[in-house]
Structures are given as structure tokens and as C-alpha cells.
Write a new protein. Sequence first.
Length: 379
Amino acid sequence: MINKTAAIIAAAGAGNRLGAELPKALVKLVDKTLVEHAVTNLAPIAQLIIVTAPAGFVEEYKKLLGDAVEVIEGGVLRSESIRIALSKIPNQYEYVLVHDAARALASTTLAATVIAQLINGEQAVIPALDVIDTIKEVDSKGYVRNTPDRSTLRSVQTPQGFTRSVLERAHAASSDATDDAALVEAIGVAVKVIAGEERALKITTKSDLATATQILLPTSTKQIRVGIGIDAHAFGSDKSKKLLLAGLIWDEVALEGHSDGDVAAHAICDALLSAANLGDLGENFGVADEKYAGASGSKLLSETLTKIKAAGFEIENVAVQIVGNKPKISVRRAEAIAALSKALAGARVSVSATSTDGLGFTGEGKGLSAIATALIVSA
Ligand SMILES: Nc1ccn([C@@H]2O[C@H](COP(=O)(O)OP(=O)(O)OP(=O)(O)O)[C@@H](O)[C@H]2O)c(=O)n1
Ligand SMILES: C[C@](O)(CO)[C@H](O)COP(=O)(O)O
């Protein structure tokens, strides 16, 4: 299960349309370069990251990005850059994310959702947004040929995810296309489309850079609130009941609790409720209310989100750390992020874990706990 996901970050373009003096990936967006943003956002999901650099810039990229990523020289075309990077990925990697440094702000959650779909059996997964404008097909003389039905069109983003074997076959079969999914479509493999993100815009022009800056910088008029939440449950004695944790079913004994005992989901609910000053889990979904007996962590998360929204807030991000000896969280981190984020309508979620060196009830293997923080902003 380990070392399953590799990511290719295409960063070998010149960025002519942006008109910077440097390759576009080296242009700064608030606190770091575009390529650094892209690496930061994929690092929690990918065990290997290969970045393509323009000829003459490999050493500069290496210095900037450090040892955590591999930098190679890209090709003249984007698809050539991807093909070169793909050939460098060792065999043990089952899934490949192909991403543009130009889509520097695509979130970790989006990447995790793509990977979760691959783990679920899809072979090719791409994020996309609905098309807002009416699109015309135009002939070479500048006259409209036809107007495609907008409801069937999508504006496609990255990271795009593929099983490694499908991506290799697709690149071996055709040489060029503006995205990797097109190569996969050409070999007859179904490509699943999932919801993309406004923040995953491709930074192509100066105005895109301004939009991305706007997305990153908190607006001073907004109210920002932080919250904290903790939950703990003991493992139950019924060996036939499976553990529910971070919105997933695990091959371990279930935790005891009035609801499903999902400590990660509950800690996040508490963190969100505390950020909005709406009390705590017990007050909102108490044991006195039969409605919540056995309720899933996902249900509590989505009901918490409704309360946060009603109080006039949106989620900026939540972070949860699970404390315990097992299960091993890192091997299913992407799935856990995707499941928790889905329950929170796409919010940015990060999931980490730690053991406690054999100390306390978690160290003794008697149960699990989780601690979460949440940042919310006024809508
Ligand atoms: N030979 C190439 C060309 C492009 N890219 C990467 O592919 C992504 C998408 O391309 P685009 O945004 O069009 O970037 P540029 O080609 O750099 O832009 P321009 O066309 O304005 O020069 C970018 O992150 C770019 O660095 C690449 O790795 N190798
Ligand atoms: C892959 C891509 O980001 C999907 O929208 C896009 O096609 C890459 O940009 P380019 O300008 O086509 O190189």
C-alpha cells in the first residue's frame, strides 16, 4: 500500500502569455513561487514528485525545491515534458497525478479526491468546472460554425489522475494533446469528471495572477475565527463491528460511542462549532437526542456545516490529527481527506496522525483520540 502515488508537476513552460522575464513557474505569488505552491499542495498526497524544468533551469529549480522533489529537464511541448517525467517513475507507483505548476493553488483536497476515485476503481479522473460563457465553434474565416450545448461542456483542470498503466499506454499511443486525459480518451478508456475548484485556475495572464493573489490574501473586512476540538473513544469488545474513522471503514475493531465513534469527524465538528461559538458536539448533537444514535461522522459533519453557514461563516480549512497505534493513517490519507472534505462540501481538510510512544490509553491500544483545529471566515 505504501508508495502508491507519484505526481508530475509540469513546470517547463516559458509563460509567454504572462510576459515575465523568468519561466512562469518561478514567478512569485504572494509568499512563494508558483512551482513551490504546486509542490506544497501535492506533497501530502504524493510520495514522489517529479518537476519538469525548462532547459537551463534545472539547477535553479533544484536549489529552490530541495531534495523532497526530483527535477528533470522538460520537453518542448507540455505532453513531451509529461512523457519524459513518466519514464522516470519507478514501478512501485500505481497512480500518477499530472499537474500544472500554472495551477499553483489547486488544493490538497482536490488531489486527494482524485486519488480516492482511482482507489475506488476509476482509471482516469479529471477535475472540471461548468462552462459559464456560451461557446462558439468558429471556422478559419471567423464565422460561427455552430453553438455547442453548453450544459454538456466542462472547463478542465489539473491535477488529473490516472492509473500508471493507463497513462503509459496513452502516452505510448499518441504524441500530443493539450491535456493527458485527451490521450487517455484516444485509447478508449473512460475518463471520470469530478468537481473542480475556482482556486485551481490556470495562471496564464497578468490578470490571472491578480485573481490568484486575491484568493490567497485574506480580505481585511472578513472576520476570521479559529476553533479547537478533541474527541476520544475506547475500542469496543464486539469484534464483528468495524472501525469508522475519518469517514472511512477500517479493518479494525470499532470504537464505542453514542454515534459511530468517529473521533476524527467528531473533533472536527467540535473545532468548527467552537470557532463559530456555537457550543460543542454534546450541546448540538447530544446523547439525549435519539436522532443521533449511531449517526455517522459524515452526517454530523454536514449538519455542523449547515450550522456554521447559518451563523454566517465559511470554512477556510480544518486540520485533524488522529492519535493512536493503529490503524496506519498514512496509507489511506488521501481517502480520508477526500471523505471528510466531501462531508464538508469540498472544504480544505488535512489529516495527520501520531502514536504516543506507548503512553496513555492510546499508547496502550485501548482507544483512539483526535484533535482538530478549524479556521472559518465570515461569508
Ligand atoms: N514544454 C512545456 C510546456 C509547458 N509546460 C507546463 O505546462 C503547464 C501548462 O502550460 P501553460 O500554462 O500553457 O504554460 P506555458 O506554456 O508556460 O505558457 P505560455 O503558453 O503562455 O508560454 C505549465 O505549468 C507549464 O510550465 C511544461 O512542463 N513543458
Ligand atoms: C492541462 C490543462 O491545464 C487542462 O486545462 C491545459 O490544457 C494546459 O495548458 P495549455 O495552455 O493547454 O498548455
